[in-house]
Design a protein. Sequence first.
Length: 157
Amino acid sequence: MRRAIALADEAAVAGDVPIGAVLVIGERVFEAYNEKEQRPDPTAHAEVLVIRAAAQVLGSWRLGGTLYVTKEPCPMCAGAIAAARIERLVFGCADPKGGAAGSVIDVFGSLCVNHSVSVTAGVLESETAAQLQSYFRTKRHARRTSATGVDEAALTG
């Protein structure tokens, strides 16, 4: 999970939401981070990118392994995880607005998903949540400053 957090930092530096993913399949390790803004591609979530990379290298869509991701996957990513036959998902913080591994919906607990994924939630939760909160706080501050031309925080002390 620490490597996924470092990848999330890379995403933030590149201007994307800081989410990192590490997929471990046997001795092989695949890494990705969000690239929605860079590409621009609405499907360029860390989970989808790491699954695509592993499938291409391994020459199979049936991946197995363990996926570590800094934030609870959205419905699109949860579907991709199940479709790739990932065996285990480990994530950091929950997503109370769009999480699909139990927070808002539970894709993996649905009868319409034909693959069982073991889920471990809350690993380094406070660190991953703080990383996202810091990113969005900085974005909101920059948006307020650019809209008014004044650093409001500097005015209030």
